[in-house]
Design a protein around this ligand. Structure first.
Ligand SMILES: Cc1ncc(COP(=O)(O)O)c(C=O)c1O
Length: 365
């Protein structure tokens, strides 16, 4: 692919990654996990690209976490150890999991006897060992068993199943939306609940080699949760308005912005850009109507107030800036993982110069 060096050479809307910021985000998380002797298994849903996965692996990631078969297929080109952090339910999903090229080590987190039985049958038929992490619910209320009794039953079932081995526990503390002292109690509750689960396993003679947790908001406090051996943050690679609002990133840590063009100023008090829900996603911040759906990189006071599919309405009520038609802006999205998933490709810049372009190869199903 030939690369225009100037951002003006690109048709908008298009995501732009500031490589210096991205690398500093990657370095910081790699250093944290090294310092605390934790394995890092980043979730690839945020970037869905081999380019960024390779940058994570080269910094010491022990493996990668995927949610979809497409992510597994693509990421088999980046890491020798993949975790499917999603219930392996359905013949199509199982077939694609087991068709991931060898010698990639396969791990799966799950929370039901049905999922274990289906996975065991598929793994045996394929002659491919799969390691199981039993998902426990430590407060998120999404997936995961709630009691130590259920955990022990599933761990034993995985241990006894032909084709499977029991590797440990997975949990996702996505209910904790900040990394500061206001989360102290919630972190303590997760830690206590996990300790109970681990005691029950040990009492049943079942050892968890891996205890996998850690979202981006809780990543930096993972060492406070006794027993955790690996973390799976995803959003940290790019960050977004949500991680800044959580207090776990600075605005300058936001590595991905959406380049957009002002296409209309006809309605007073606003300007319209060519990035709507099909570029930014529609991720409101609960309880804050003024938050909007994105903000301008160089003018934080200007937010995307409303959107149609291809129209983003910039609110000009708090700025003296009056954009002209054709002016190009950069927007920090609310939730960056959704943005990645909406585009085929990304361009990478250093300073203001475009130096790279890569595909979002693992998007789609
Ligand atoms: C199972 C699982 N692990 C890890 C992550 C990564 O968390 P974050 O988005 O906070 O980086 C997610 C995010 O959705 C997830 O669902």
């Amino acid at each position: 692919m030939s690369i225009a060096r100037d951002l003006d050479g690109y048709q908008t809307p298009i995501p732009v990654v500031d490589l210096d910021r991205m690398e500093s985000n990657l370095d910081r998380m790699a250093a944290y996990t090294r310092d605390h002797r934790l394995h890092l298994r980043p979730h690839v849903k945020t970037h869905k690209s081999l380019r960024v996965a390779a940058a994570q692996v080269v910094r010491g990631a022990a493996g990668l976490t995927c949610a979809t078969p497409r992510e597994l297929e693509v990421m088999s080109g980046a890491s020798a150890s993949l975790l499917l952090g999603y219930p392996p339910v359905g013949a199509g999903r199982l077939a694609r999991l087991l068709a991931v090229p060898e010698p990639v080590e396969l791990r799966v987190s799950l929370d039901s006897a049905q999922a274990i039985d289906g996975l065991a049958a598929a793994a045996s038929a394929a002659g491919r060992p799969v390691a199981v992490l039993v998902e426990v619910d430590l407060g998120m209320r999404r997936v995961g068993v709630a009691t130590a009794e259920e955990l022990v039953l599933l761990a034993r079932r995985a241990t006894d199943a032909t084709g499977l081995s029991f590797e440990g526990i997975a949990f996702y503390p996505g209910h904790i939306r900040s990394g500061g002292p206001e989360s102290d109690d919630a972190i303590r509750r997760v830690s206590n609940a996990l300790a109970g689960m681990l005691d029950a396993l040990a009492g049943a003679g079942l050892a968890a080699r891996t205890v996998s947790g850690g979202s981006t908001p809780t990543a930096w406090r993972s060492h406070e949760i006794a027993g955790v051996t690996e973390i799976r943050p995803g959003t940290y690679v790019y960050n977004d308005r949500a991680t800044v609002a959580c207090g776990v990133a600075q605005r300058d840590d936001c590595a991905l912005t959406v380049l957009a063009t002002v296409v209309s100023t006809a309605v007073p008090g606003q300007a319209v850009v060519d990035a709507g829900t099909k570029s930014l996603g529609r991720e409101p911040r609960g309880g804050d109507e003024q938050f909007g759906f994105g903000e301008l990189w160089d003018r934080p006071e200007v937010v995307v107030r409303a959107m149609s599919e291809e129209h983003g309405i910039l609110d000009l009520s708090r700025t003296a800036w009056r954009p002209v038609i054709g002016e190009v802006v950069r927007i920090i999205p609310n939730h960056v993982c959704i943005v990645t998933h909406l585009f085929d490709g990304v361009i990478g810049i250093r300073g203001n110069e475009v130096v790279e372009a890569w595909q979002v190869a693992a998007r789609g199903r």
